[in-house]
Ligand binder design. Sequence first.
Ligand code: FPP
Length: 236
Amino acid sequence: MSNDYVIPKHIGIIMDGNGRWAKKRGLPRINGHKEGMLVLKKTVETCKNLGVDFLTVYAFSTENWKRPKIEVSFLLNLLKYYIRSELDYLKKNKVALKFIGSRIGLDKKIISMMSVIEKETSDGTEMVFSIAFNYGGRMEITDGVKKIAQMVEDKELLPEDIDEELISNQLYTKNMPDPDLIIRTSGEFRTSNFLLWQSAYSEYYISDVLWPDFTEEVLIDALKVFSARNRRFGGV
Ligand code: FPP
């Protein structure tokens, strides 16, 4: 296939704008999340078909617990619905689903569903699809630092042995390459605590489109812009 764009190995997406999408239509915010979940399903298919190796999306941040109870509980139920309805597709298409984030604060049922689908899809070789759920980049780094401090205390490690690789290996994304491209929808220019350590050299693409309006065309536009950029990783 000859394209005028390259396919990044790892794409991250901050799916923003569900609430505004619903508001524009005079609907409750939760309708935006429901539509956003359907768009997520399509985006997973598109990325898999394009040959993306790793896709990581931000579905629920550690800060999202501050939202109204009804919205939080809708998002938790939406995740359960997503897991139930996507298992067959993910298995058939050899997509491995992983969850990155903390399981603390989640109910037993959801934790068990997450573990089951991770296990059932673990032999997926086409794409690794990670959902950041109850995720926060600072918390992820803090937890990693605690593990390292413990290793030092247990005399398994000397402080001078701490290097970037060791830190990367304490994160939820261990064994994954860093994201090459991070797409954020709804025109906001913030990282919002998403993959803080991993995004040190990621290219950002901000789209004005609200997440429920995201399409394959918008994704391809992002890939074209990404392909035209000259990534120097701090070199010349
Ligand atoms: C941000 O939009 C979006 C979220 C906090 C939730 C993202 C969730 C989905 C796309 C649904 C798919 C998820 C699952 C559970 C599989 P916002 O609500 O902050 O929008 P706003 O900035 O316009 O208010």
